[in-house]
Design a protein around this ligand. Structure first.
Ligand code: AQP
Length: 329
């Protein structure tokens, strides 16, 4: 069975973008692949997080993983800091990454271009940690949204470089990007990705949003003045995004949805999208409330950490030997 690895960093509440672009696919993949899914808590702290809030977001994220359908019998679910090898291999990866490569990473480039102050060294080097996250598990595939492809490409470059220098050590992973839903856009500004750190809070649907709030966000989603229901991503990006959201959640094709609503007003289509989204959120939220205050989370995380450590420690030991870090007595 091929192995797959992915993670989400809960810097805030998980979003519909996380669900469509990542979580929902993990649930499908867990039947076909040996799935490792982690909560990327170290990646959360490249920027300051209020500690109590961060801890709550981590707990919510685990409960949401389960509520969205990840099954601990099929998938290994764990917290990144429960596997200490991530941090050590992250440092080793940083020593095998060139500054030029990190300078080209979009997130750092965007933030420096905006002249943001007090950027941390962690924000600069996190792609090295991400490479370690993936390579520790010898993953064949990494399912990611469109925006994360660059990270998997860097991971591949680092792995190949390391293998060339020290002999075959790492499996070189492939990114896996879904055809629909790989980049869900903000409802208030469809030129931007739907992100949990959405400043206005209007463009992003959170998985734990009150259903009325979620419906309102969809009904007031920015569209256009063209007034025709069709697929024109360039000129009608907001409309395209709404259709893509509905298509991802129903497994109906985007054309099928366009055919149903062609000739009708945007309001009808928005109501349909809101119905689809709210039905999905309701299912997830019901399961979340069943799980959140139980001991299940602790049990699953400790079991997951045990399984993940078994593989990660072995990989790290091999790496330490290859680069000569071990003393032979
Ligand atoms: N809008 C999105 N559409 C499709 N996929 C998305 N993903 C995130 N947003 C969308 C996918 O979810 C996985 C986990 O991402 P993440 O939460 O770890 O990091 P991110 O992509 O940086 O998410 P945010 O919400 O944009 O975080 P902030 O606001 O903190 O920067 C990834 O596979 C990602 O592609």
């Amino acid at each position: 069975m091929k192995r797959m690895l992915s993670g989400i960093k809960p810097t805030g509440q998980l979003t519909l973008g996380n669900y469509i672009g990542a979580l929902r696919n993990f649930v499908k993949y867990q039947d076909e692949y040996e799935m490792y899914v982690f909560i990327a808590n170290l990646h959360c702290i490249t920027e300051y997080q209020e500690p109590l809030q961060l801890s709550k977001n981590l707990t919510d994220a685990i409960a949401l993983y389960l509520a969205c359908g990840l099954d601990p019998k099929k998938s290994t679910i764990f917290l990144q800091t429960d596997v200490k090898a991530h941090a050590e291999l992250g440092y080793i990866m940083a020593c095998n990454t060139y500054l030029g490569e990190l300078n080209r990473m979009t997130q750092f480039k965007d933030k420096t271009a905006k002249n943001e102050k007090n950027l941390t060294a962690g924000l600069y080097t996190y792609p090295c940690l991400m490479a370690a996250d993936i390579l520790l598990y010898n993953a064949d595939y990494v399912p990611v949204g469109d925006d994360q492809k660059q990270h998997v490409e860097l991971t591949r470059d680092i792995a190949q470089r390391f293998n060339n220098k020290y002999g075959k050590t790492f499996k070189v992973p492939e990114p896996l990007i879904a055809k629909v839903g790989a980049r869900i856009m903000s409802l208030s500004d469809p030129s931007k990705k739907m992100s949990k750190s959405d400043e206005t809070n209007k463009g992003c649907i959170y998985l734990l949003d009150d259903l009325k709030v979620a419906r309102k966000k969809i009904m007031s989603a920015v569209t256009d003045s063209v007034g025709i229901i069709q697929l024109d991503k360039e000129n009608q990006p907001g409309l395209y995004n709404l259709i893509e959201i509905a298509s991802s959640l129903t497994d109906r094709s985007m054309n099928d949805i366009v055919d149903e609503f062609a000739g009708q007003g945007y309001g009808k289509l928005k109501t349909y999208v809101a119905d689809v989204v709210c039905a999905e959120l309701e299912k997830i939220q019901n399961k979340y409330h069943d799980i959140i205050n139980t001991h299940l989370l602790d049990e699953i995380m400790s079991e997951g950490a045990k399984k993940a450590n078994l593989i990660a420690e072995q990989t790290l030991k091999n790496v330490e030997n290859k680069i000569g870090l071990k003393i032979k007595y």
